[in-house]
Structure formats: C-alpha cells, structure tokens
Write a protein that binds this ligand. Structure first.
Ligand code: GRF
Length: 326
C-alpha cells in the first residue's frame, strides 16, 4: 500500500465539509491523505478553500449556455480529471448531482458521501434536516457511507446522532448536524486512508486501533473531536503551564512554596542546598497551570512570613494574564 492516498473532493456549494477535510490535512490528522483535486459542477463558494490550500481545482459546469448537459457526459468529464490525478478516494461533499452507474462501477467502494440524516431515514433528498423536523423525529444526525448505484443507500461507515430540540428550525438543526459532519467525515477518510474499513455484505467493519500520541495543535483537536467552544477556552488554560519567577524570598518561604505547590501537583524550582541558607534571600520559580496557581494564591493568604504578600503579588500577576475563574 502507498504511504498516502490521493483524494478528490466533489462539491457544489459552500464547502464547509471540504474545509474540515483541509483543516484535518493541515493539522497532520489526515497524514496519509494527499488532497489532489477539488471538482465543482458550478462556480461553488467552497472552491476558495481549494485555492487557499493550493490543490488543483476544476469547475466542470453542468449547465452550459443555459442548457443542462447530459449527466453521463458530465460524469465522463469529471472522471477524466480523476484519472489524471490517479485518485484513490472520492469524497462527495455537498455534491448535488447523482453519479451514474458507469462512474460508481469505475470507482467501486472508493466513493464516500455525507448525508445530513440518520440513514436510511430521510435519504434521497437535499433537505434531510427539514424532512426529519417535519416528521417529528426526536433524534436526527448525519451519516457517512460508501456510494452505490442507488442514492443514499450504500454501506454505512460512521453515523453521529443529534437530538432535536422543540424550538429547532431547519437552519438551527442543520447547523448542529453540520458540526458533527465536520467530525465524522475527516474521521471516515482517515480510516479509509489507513485501510481500516472492510466491507462485509452491507456492513462496514471498522478496524479501529487504540492509539496514543502527543499533540501540539491542542485547540484544533479539541474542536475536531467536538468539545464545546466555551469548554475549549477553559481546558486550554488548564493545558498551559505557567512559570513564575519569585525573587528575594527566604529559604524557609521557598520550602513552604514547594510543599504547597507539590500538594497541588505543581512544583517549585529552588536553588540547590537552599535549605541550608536559612536566612539568605533566594529566587525560585513556581510551576503550575492557572488552576494550581489560583489555588496557591488562596493557600498563601493564610501563610506566615512574607507569603501573604506574595499571595497578593501573584494574584496581580494572574489578573494581568486575564486568567479568570470559570
Ligand atoms: C451538508 O449538509 C452535507 O451533509 C450535504 O450537503 C451539505 C454540504 O455542506 N450532503 P457543505 O457544502 O459541505 O458546507
């Protein structure tokens, strides 16, 4: 198997799923995916993401001089582009055109689609969200599936459920579903690129593997896995470790600081043998995230020597950083 698969994305509209895929490539999450080309069947808004990213993009219009060209003819033109880039996987992302037999057969099990409902309910339409709402279902969602000749019926790869609220409109529901689309589409493409999807009859067996890795782009990944926006802010603060230089304290104060921070799972860097220099002023470095440092401020308020004063200074430092309780 090649180290990377060649991906093509077919769009017709705003391209938010295309953007989610591009973001996942940029972050390194889709490290086995090479987005070769984006094809649109009209002058779609989403083409701007392809241009910014720098991959090839084509507009192959379905309507020429006010006339719809036959769908088979259009498919053929699209396939010519796909051949040119030796495409391994085609992701339909808001592509408003049904692929014909020849296309589907040529790329059997190499075409994915995303649909904004829990298939097989509310398939075969461009307004699955509105239909689900009008039907009165309590749970809707989205589905990524392989494409077969019939519309929205192919083997299902991943689904995400989204509860419907009483005051939902087609727009609010569509927006909430879209957040989940942006999670499950890149995930499905990743599984494909790692050869972890096996089609057995109508079922797609996902051969997931438990994995751990250090990440640097934490904010991106929190968004990618679907953490709530306010929670992301708060959690990112927790991820960040601050180091605070404290000058001119006694070694007794330093020892207390070290103990207090250790009890909060932070730490305090002190000079070697400072324990012996009982009265000489020394410098130390406090190490902790915002929560640990805030708790330290509270603890120091009731401490002896100059530590109450340190508590006030530290509180000022934290306020300058605009670290707030939340
Ligand atoms: C999405 O809701 C997708 O499920 C459906 O078409 C919409 C495309 O949105 N097939 P976008 O162009 O990716 O923003």
């Amino acid at each position: 198997m090649k180290s990377k698969i060649n991906l093509a994305v077919l769009i017709s509209g705003r391209g938010s799923n295309l953007k989610a895929i591009i973001d996942a490539i940029k972050s390194g999450y889709l490290d086995k995916v090479d987005l070769k080309v984006v094809v649109a069947n009209k002058d779609a808004l989403g083409l701007k993401y392809a241009k910014d990213f720098g991959c090839h993009s084509y507009v192959i219009p379905r309507i020429v001089n006010g006339q719809k060209i036959p769908v088979e003819e259009h498919d053929k033109k699209v396939m010519e582009v796909l051949e040119k880039y030796a495409i391994d996987l085609i992701a339909l992302a808001g592509y408003d055109q049904i692929l014909q037999k020849e296309f589907v057969r040529r790329y059997e099990w190499k075409i994915m689609n995303i649909h904004p409902s829990l298939l097989p309910s509310f398939g075969g339409t461009l307004h699955g969200q509105k239909d689900a709402l009008e039907y009165g279902v309590k749970i809707s969602g989205c589905t990524v599936h392989f494409v077969e000749e019939d519309v929205d019926t192919g083997p299902i790869i991943i689904q995400a459920a989204v509860p419907i609220k009483d005051d939902d409109t087609p727009e609010t529901l569509a927006n909430r579903i879209l957040e989940h689309e942006h999670i499950i589409y890149p995930k499905s493409i990743k599984l494909f690129s790692e050869n972890r999807l096996k089609i057995v009859g109508r079922k797609v067996i996902v051969e997931g593997e438990l994995n751990t890795s250090f990440i640097s782009d934490t904010a991106y990944h929190m968004k990618r896995i679907g953490v709530e926006e306010n929670a992301i802010k708060h959690l990112l603060e927790k991820c960040r470790v601050y180091t605070v230089l404290v000058e001119n304290i006694t070694s007794r104060e330093a020892m207390i600081l070290k103990q207090e921070l250790l009890s909060l799972s932070g730490d305090c860097a002190v000079p070697k043998e400072s324990i012996l220099n009982n009265l000489v002023f020394i410098d130390v470095i406090l190490i902790g995230n915002c929560i640990q440092l805030r708790l330290l401020v509270k603890k120091l308020r009731n401490q002896v020597f100059n530590l109450t004063k340190l508590s006030e200074k530290l509180e000022e430092n934290l306020a300058d950083l605009k670290i707030t309780d939340n």
